[in-house]
Design a protein around this ligand. Sequence first.
Ligand code: HEC
Length: 112
Amino acid sequence: MTGSPRRILILLPLVLVAAAPPPDGKRIAEQGNGRGAAACSSCHGPTYQGNSGLKAPPIAGLSAGYIETRLKHYASPAGHNALMRQVATSLSPAEAQAVAIFLAKQPKGSRP
Ligand code: HEC
């Protein structure tokens, strides 16, 4: 048993990080993440059906995997869209995944 209190002190921060709640995808989509990624709804529309004035395509009901792939693209040097670059580079991988899962569950519809 010698040494175990010290081991607990070393492990405690890891446990706290693991126990942090996952990011809330709905909140990010509706309100942004507060760290540079604006609400998806502000450009893609309140029901994510797109906004032709901003050239923002519909994103409701796309597969989560596709959305995540697109976010990675926009964050990479290959991504040339300034609006989406700002969003994509401001999301953590966990936030990108959470928002992608939320958007994939939203009903597809016709563009307004
Ligand atoms: C400031 C405006 C703006 C905001 C905020 C925004 N987007 Fe976009 N988004 C765009 C525009 C404009 C495009 C089209 C870019 C292009 O031409 O490649 C786009 C494209 C996309 C695409 C590609 C769709 C496709 O069919 O390939 C995805 C996915 C996407 N956005 C997800 C998001 C998510 C998720 C959020 C919120 C975390 C978000 N966007 C926030 C403007 C925005």
